[in-house]
Design a protein around this ligand. Structure first.
Ligand SMILES: *[C@@H]1O[C@H](CO)[C@@H](O)[C@H](O)[C@H]1NC(C)=O
Ligand SMILES: *[C@@H]1O[C@H](CO)[C@@H](O)[C@H](O)[C@H]1NC(C)=O
Length: 267
């Protein structure tokens, strides 16, 4: 059987904003947790996220029409202020290795994960067909997510247009902190930079950025994963080109080394 991650889904141009993850040391200082490359992607890629656009699931493209997002389209998943489970699509995986995909958890694992921790953001798959954005960046979409990487159900009349199911995977190299002293009260030491120790406030932004009708052509094609490359119908970049395509950091705070406060807390 094909391992879920032996196959890369279509990774296109898009933009995501993820907050920094930190390890809280017993003396109260923080260190940033680096992200690492997924093993589904070609070797040599430095960090980054893996972005999936699935028509149905990992095993079939199905046969329903999937409509590409239009130019200028945006949406978000999750809410930074959430203190309980916000959406079915926001998940965490305690990695044994980079191919671990189950079980998916609703909050940060509390045990030490030898392969790190993966954050998964599944976006909604039904669009109202009219608005490329909305004031809360979410109400133009309808969340049909059944479960991780499971086909979205039928779209409701209010949001009738079935769009690609977008999912982000981010792998955090938390394992490098497993030999440091951990809290003795059974809690886990990782915290998102806005002070979230549970992960309920995890969130992601999506901005459509595919060239021309490339995404629509991919959705109309029966190709899956790497078989979509080499002009059938997409072109892919080599790792060196991918690594060179970086967004300049817009963070104006110190992030390396020992931090006395969480970055982004306005202190
Ligand atoms: C915690 O320990 C590190 C390493 O010794 C040190 O750099 C940092 O300043 C300490 N933090 C506090 C709050 O004492
Ligand atoms: C990775 O971990 C999974 C369990 O999450 C296990 O089934 C699989 O065999 C492991 N793969 C390797 C290469 O060790």
């Amino acid at each position: 059987m094909k391992s879920l991650l032996s196959a890369v889904a279509l990774a296109g141009l898009s933009e995501a904003a993820l907050r920094f993850g930190c390890f809280k040391h017993q003396n109260g200082s923080y260190q940033q947790v680096p992200i690492m490359a997924n093993d589904a992607l070609p070797p040599g890629i430095q960090g980054g996220m893996t972005i999936y656009y699935t028509q149905q699931d990992f095993f079939s493209n199905g046969n329903q029409k999937i409509t590409s997002f239009p130019k200028g389209f945006r949406m978000t998943a999750g809410k930074v202020t959430a203190t309980s489970k916000y959406s079915k699509g926001l998940k965490f995986v305690c990695l044994q290795n980079k191919s671990t995909r189950f079980p998916e958890l609703d909050e940060f694992p509390t045990q030490k994960c030898v392969g790190g921790i993966m954050t998964v953001h599944h976006f909604p798959a039904c669009w109202d067909g009219k608005n490329i954005d909305s004031p809360d960046h979410q109400s133009h979409m309808y969340d049909t997510i059944n479960d991780a990487f499971v086909n979205a159900g039928a779209c409701p009349a209010s949001h009738p247009v079935r769009v690609p199911q977008v999912a982000y995977e981010t792998l955090w190299d938390t394992a490098k902190f497993n030999n440091m002293p951990w809290p003795t009260d059974g809690s886990q030491p990782f915290v998102l930079s806005y002070g979230d120790k549970k992960g309920f406030g995890t969130h992601a932004d999506y901005m459509f950025g595919w060239k021309g009708d490339a995404l629509q052509r991919a959705m109309d094609s029966s190709c899956m994963f790497n078989a979509c490359e080499n002009g059938r119908p997409l072109k892919s970049q080599q790792p060196a080109q991918m690594n060179a395509c970086k967004v300049k950091s817009s963070v104006d705070e110190k992030l390396d080394g020992w931090l006395s406060e969480l970055p982004g807390m306005g202190m």
